[in-house]
Design a protein. Structure first.
Length: 53
């Protein structure tokens, strides 16, 4: 799965111990939405959904 440069930079800023979780969740969600790339917008949406729940 490709990552938009901005999204990849955000992933690298996350604490190392949660990066695998974020990566797996973001890639799964991108596939579910029919996307070919993880974007910063997708990461924003996932973060908002996490904080809302």
């Amino acid at each position: 799965m490709d990552w938009q440069p901005e999204a990849l930079a955000r992933l690298k800023r996350a604490p190392f111990f949660i990066r695998p979780f974020i990566k797996k969740r973001a890639e799964a969600e991108a596939r579910a939405r029919g996307l070919r790339q993880v974007t910063a917008e997708l990461l924003d949406q996932l973060k908002s959904a996490e904080h809302a729940g």
